[in-house]
Design a protein around this ligand. Structure first.
Ligand SMILES: Cc1cc2nc3c(=O)[nH]c(=O)nc-3n(C[C@H](O)[C@H](O)[C@H](O)COP(=O)(O)O)c2cc1C
Length: 736
């Protein structure tokens, strides 16, 4: 639970105040930048004694010299009754002009420090700083979990625009915001009186009147040993008080100097609390370090971006949140369904299963996996579990496995596990598999062996439903209608038709990139950006079940392209293949995590058959940097189903594609299947793998299995395998 809930609710409730502090902090960060810009630099080796000498020659009646955090030197003096403050050039003591304290409106400071509410507001601002700290800590933990650990922290971010903005901004500025909240709390501890910076009393020291005249500042030994760059403040002794002393304050401490002998009468080192405060001040305000101030300003302004994107993410998640209907009370239910889900889609499958079982006359209770238990009324249990990260459980079910392990009273009630995952991840459905193993080890029987659903496939779920119906001895139809994201109308602008060797019509369809406003995109509307290899979900007319096609283009290409083959009685493929120029479809984008090519210069081996070449063609089309790409393409007949043929030949000439190996299984001397080409090219493949090559495979499941088998044989001499490459995130499949 905890961190996600803490993050969400703190962000939603106090996020607006954090925005106020962030933006006012960003405005305040301008001040040190402007001052540092204007201040002449203090020479590194200039002693305070020389500075005093220069200033006293140019400014009459000087009483105090200050070095501002920006580095500027200001001399305070009296002309008659009039106090004066002048900027002074430390190089020669020249007066540069009158000094006026920061021109920034006072209320911005008040807003930042106390929310314009006086002392009570200081406590409020401190509370917001604490909130920011907690938000940062929880954000780090969530970020690590989302990305799958430290090693993957810099990895590609997938998801909606709001999610990407939230995560990418987080990666850049979280550490700075975390530091800002810690330093704010450190300073608040002092301003709120919780910590005393210095509890010591000042020493009672007086100049010893000897009848000698005052020693000139330039000759004071104590001031000769202090560098002007360390000075904070120097007060001259009052002319009217013969026992008065010089008082000097530096970052290291403060001292009192005899006006006649020039000796240091007393020195008080800065306390640890003062040093910590000083450091916190610099880190929080950027004073003395203008570059840091700029970074702080940008980080402060980014809070607005966090807040807005966080609200959009929360709103999107709310829309997808589980609303199970028809739940029977736990104690009366004969079927229990337990769900582990992060994104919410598995709850939808649970609802479909629940509805079907209700129709068959069962009393069903569905709840989250962490509530796993059985009651005397229970006859069947189903666990529907998604997997995340590197084979981990969804956040809410993190402790479910332990909980089940601790339950010693395994009963005779069958518990059947249905996993939801994605084959692109090395740990495919690993959490569901771990659950299943644990349940069996505990002695729970199962009605059906574990089944793993790939990419939320409705067809696979329906097949599992049919097996379940058989096992229960009752008709059961699982027709899952997923909750579909909002769709966008896409217009067909071009098509290339093929008549495949099998006789099935096939076409490459190109749709125009829809016009959409930035405001619309910021509100989470319109078509999400996509890369080749991502999926487009298409709703055929009259159906709420989307069909997914691999994209052969990225949004940067300016169009959306897919390769569609006529499926037997396929509602969606028929609809698509009947489209004419200018016709529209309803579509949305679904990211295909893991299949996209990582940005690198490593060689790429692309293996595809039939329409499976589509995403691979998309990769080659965008290979502007001409990284080595080797395509193995299997088809039946070059005259019929060499999809993207002319483009592939052109990309070969342009260097976007390094080598091409084609196999055609239905013509004499066609080279057989694509697996045969891999065996023939074994030597080169081994060399490429040794160079760190990445492999992408796209095509039918049977073809992907054949490829994996062939590659295992090819890689054996290297003591490597497809499993090893998967574990190293160098091998991914897109299968249909
Ligand atoms: C960030 C992320 C990480 C994932 N990690 C895995 C994984 O390690 N293994 C796996 O089989 N599926 C993984 N998946 C796929 C999900 O388990 C799959 O899409 C599942 O159907 C999501 O169900 P849910 O929407 O109920 O959370 C991951 C998906 C995402 C977005």
């Amino acid at each position: 639970m905890a961190w996600k809930t803490i993050h969400r609710w703190l962000g939603l409730t106090l996020g607006a105040l954090a925005v106020v502090l962030g933006l006012s902090g960003a405005v305040l960060a301008i001040d040190p930048v402007q001052q540092a810009w204007e201040a002449p630099a203090v020479p590194g080796d200039l002693p305070v004694a020389t500075l005093v000498d220069r200033v006293t020659h140019t400014v009459s009646g000087v009483e105090e010299i200050r070095r501002l955090p920006s580095g500027a030197i200001v001399a305070f003096s009296f002309t008659g009754d009039q106090p004066q403050a002048s900027y002074v050039d430390p190089a020669d003591g020249r007066v540069l002009g009158a000094w006026h304290p920061s021109a920034l409106p006072r209320w911005v400071k008040n807003l930042h420090r106390s929310l314009l509410l006086g002392d009570a507001g200081r406590w409020g601002a401190a509370a917001v700083a604490l909130t920011m700290g907690l938000l940062c800590i929880s954000a780090w933990l969530l970020l690590l979990r989302r990305m799958g650990g430290w090693r993957r922290l810099a990895g590609r971010v997938r998801g909606s625009l709001a999610q990407r903005i939230h995560v990418v901004t987080g990666r850049v500025v979280l550490a700075i915001l975390c530091l800002s909240s810690i330093t704010a709390l450190t300073m608040s501890a002092s301003t709120l009186g919780l910590v005393e910076l210095d509890t010591r009393v000042e020493p009672e020291v007086l100049s010893v009147v000897t009848g000698q005249p005052d020693m000139p500042g330039a000759q004071l030994a104590a001031l000769q040993s202090i560098a002007a760059k360390d000075l904070r403040k120097l007060n001259m002794p009052y002319a009217t008080d013969p026992q008065d002393t010089w008082q000097v304050v530096t970052a290291q401490g403060q001292g009192w100097i005899d006006r006649y002998s020039g000796q240091m009468l007393a020195w008080q080192e800065a306390t640890l609390a003062q040093r910590v405060y000083d450091l916190a001040l610099v880190l929080h305000t950027g004073e003395t370090a203008w570059l840091w101030a700029v970074i702080l300003g940008l980080a402060g302004a980014s809070v607005l971006l966090f807040w807005w994107s966080g609200i959009v993410i929360w709103w999107q998640a709310r829309r997808l949140a589980p609303h199970i209907t028809g739940n029977a009370p736990l104690a009366h239910a004969d079927v229990l369904i337990f769900v582990a889900s992060e994104g919410g889609s598995t709850w939808g499958f649970a609802q479909t299963l629940q509805d079907a079982l209700l129709q068959s006359g069962h009393r069903v209770h569905t709840s989250a996996l962490e509530h796993f238990q059985v009651t005397p009324a229970t006859r069947q249990v189903f666990v529907l579990a998604a997997t995340y990260g590197e084979g981990q459980a969804p956040a809410h079910a993190r402790h479910a496995l332990e909980r089940i392990t601790q339950q010693r009273n395994a009963s005779a009630v069958p518990v059947t596990v249905l996993g939801f995952g994605d084959r692109q991840f090395p740990a495919f459905c690993a959490f569901a598999k771990a659950l299943d193993q644990t349940l069996r080890a505990q002695g729970w029987p199962a009605l059906l062996p574990i089944e793993c659903i790939h990419q939320q496939s409705g067809q696979q779920f329906a097949r599992w439903g049919a097996s379940l119906g058989q096992a229960l001895g009752e008709p059961l139809v699982l027709e899952h209608v997923p909750r579909v994201p909002s769709t966008t109308a896409l217009t067909l602008i071009a098509r290339q038709d093929y008549c495949a060797a099998s006789g099935q019509a096939t076409a490459i369809l190109r749709f125009a990139w829809p016009e959409q406003t930035l405001v619309g995109r910021l509100r989470g509307q319109g078509l999400a950006r996509f890369d080749a290899g991502d999926l487009v979900g298409i709703l055929p007319p009259g159906s709420m079940v989307p069909r997914y096609y691999s994209l052969a283009s990225g949004w940067k290409d300016g169009f959306l392209e897919i390769c569609v083959r006529q499926m037997p009685a396929g509602q969606c493929s028929t609809h698509l293949l009947n489209l004419h120029h200018g016709d529209q479809i309803q579509a949305f984008i679904r990211a295909n995590p893991g299949f996209a090519l990582p940005r690198s210069t490593r060689p790429v081996i692309l293996i595809g058959a039939g329409t499976g070449v589509a995403p691979l063609a998309g990769f080659i089309r965008r290979n502007d940097r001409l990284r080595p790409m080797h395509l193995y393409f299997g088809a039946r007949d070059p005259a019929r189903d060499f999809y993207f043929g002319p483009e592939i030949q052109r990309w070969l000439k342009e260097g976007r594609l390094t080598t091409l190996q084609t196999t055609f299984s239905r013509i004499p001397d066609g080279g057989g299947y694509v697996q045969n080409a891999l065996h023939r090219d074994a030597e080169r493949i081994r060399a490429l793998i040794t160079q760190g090559a990445i492999v992408r495979v796209c095509g039918s499941r049977a073809m992907a299995q054949g490829i994996a088998k062939a590659l295992d044989a090819v890689l054996q001499p290297l003591a490597s395998s497809v499993a090893t490459l998967k574990a190293e995130e160098r091998y991914a499949e897109d299968v249909f």
